[in-house]
Design a protein around this ligand. Structure first.
Ligand SMILES: CC(C)[C@@](O)(CC(=O)O)C(=O)O
Ligand code: SF4
Length: 424
């Protein structure tokens, strides 16, 4: 019997030649990632009580992103704690004020095909877009990983999600993943891997692949994998990575818990409505819903291609009166690229506010939280009650194009009418 990608990566991490779904294995982490909010300040006590010695400094990456820039004294204290901790531990890889951790670790080359990446954040699964088995673990579990470099895991079954065909213009990876989550359900892939494949997936850029893997956890999945190919290798080379580039793929005769098959050419823009990510409808069902804020950003959809699409739509136009449009590039690197390309100017002239890269508005921590009764159209990944501030607020999720079109009209709008041709 052949093995899935997920089984192969975990077999390697466990030092076995063969594992199968359901096996319990001890695995060695290639990268242990923590951020400010769920990292050092939560675990330092336990970590020290158990010896306080890191298994391997080179494999521990800490990113301060949630409390940046701090909006309260408590956040400033958390940030300081995290920064001091990284310095005291002599960590070579500590990043702050650069953007959400998932984007930062990808840009800095920590993510490579076939690696096992454990992080104290549920969207750690985003690294699966490069073919790494990446998953979120609890902060307490991270203590053990920091001390020993190991943890146990049950090898997950895999749901294979095949998207063939060509995406129509105005329809994006975000729409693919929202439709997939709708069908699987928000807990339908619990303790399973989702493997995205098919010709539509293969033709996605690196930016768009990361949208799929990022949101795998919104169906409950442990990770979301895409077979690494030339797109991934070229991306990593462009980041100066030239080792650890071997690919990994599922065998033809691997076995799957479920196989779903879709035709991308038939897909329309999708929107996840409050307050669950699987409450997904075609945009036509919610068109016209008035919003108070639109948010273009996050580790899900704040990359350069997302900003380009938004700029294409907003160029020479103005956002609606009485709404706010927050743009938050997913990293400092992307911010600079967007600046060079004139995108920030286009968006600012349209009336958007460009914030610094951070988790702030996405997680409802810093600049951009919403009040009771306010409605947001967001390019991020979660619309839970209270997610972006008030529990009396409402968050709708869509593609960056849908977000930009909504900014113009002040109500949820199908982006296709603003796109004369496909922009990716
Ligand atoms: C801390 C929080 C807002 C988080 O980053 C946490 C997480 O994903 O585990 C999220 O996106 O929900
Ligand atoms: S989902 Fe939002 S809060 Fe969570 S890591 Fe990504 S940008 Fe940060």
């Amino acid at each position: 019997m052949g093995m899935t990608m997920s089984e192969k990566i975990l077999a390697k991490a466990a030092g076995h030649s063969n594992v199968k779904a359901g096996d319990i294995v001890w695995v060695k982490a290639d990268i242990a990632m923590m951020h400010d909010l769920l990292g050092p300040w939560l675990i330092d006590g336990g970590f020290r009580r158990l010896g306080g010695k890191l298994f391997d400094k080179e494999k521990v990456v800490v990113v301060s992103d949630h409390c940046t820039p701090p909006a309260t004294v408590q956040q400033a204290d958390i940030l300081k704690f995290t920064r001091d901790w990284a310095r005291d531990q002599g960590l070579p890889y500590y990043y702050e004020f650069e953007g959400p951790c998932h984007q930062v670790i990808v840009e800095h080359g920590h993510v490579r095909p076939g690696r096992l990446i454990l992080g104290t954040d549920s969207h750690t699964c985003m690294a699966g877009g490069l073919g790494a088995f990446a998953t979120g673990i609890g902060s307490t579990e991270m203590i053990g990983v920091l001390l020993t470099g190991e943890t146990w895991m049950k090898v997950p079954e895999t749901i294979k999600v095949i998207w063939d065909g060509e995406l129509p213009h105005g329809v994006y990876a975000k729409d693919i993943v929202l439709k997939t989550i709708k069908d699987i359900g928000h807990a339908g892939a619990t303790y399973q891997t989702i493997e995205f494949s098919g010709s539509a997936i293969k033709s996605l850029s690196m930016d768009e692949r990361l949208v799929l893997s990022n949101m795998a956890v919104e169906a409950g999945a442990k990770t979301g994998l895409i077979e690494p190919d030339e797109t991934v290798i070229e991306f990593l080379r462009s980041k100066g990575v030239d080792d650890g580039l071997e690919t990994v793929r599922s065998d033809e005769d691997a076995s799957y818990a479920q196989i779903l098959h879709y035709n991308a050419s038939e897909l329309e823009p999708q929107v996840a409505c409050p307050h669950e990510v699987d409450n997904v409808h075609p945009i036509s069902a919610v068109e016209g819903k008035a919003v108070d804020q639109v948010y273009l950003g996050s580790c899900t959809n704040g990359r350069i291609s997302d900003l380009r699409v938004a700029a294409e739509i907003l160029k020479g136009k103005k956002i609606a009166k009485n709404i706010r449009c927050l743009v938050v590039p997913a990293s400092q690197h992307i911010w600079m690229e967007a600046n060079k390309e004139g995108i920030l100017e286009i968006l600012t002239e349209a009336g958007c506010i460009v914030n610094m890269p951070s988790c702030g508005a996405c997680g409802g921590f810093t600049s951009g939280v919403i009040g009771a009764g306010e409605v947001v159209m967001s390019s991020s990944n979660r619309n839970f009650r209270g997610r972006m501030g008030s529990s009396e607020g409402e968050v709708y999720l869509g593609s960056p194009a849908a977000v930009a079109a909504t900014a113009i009209e002040g109500k949820i709008t199908d982006p296709r009418k603003y796109l004369l041709q496909g922009v990716r």
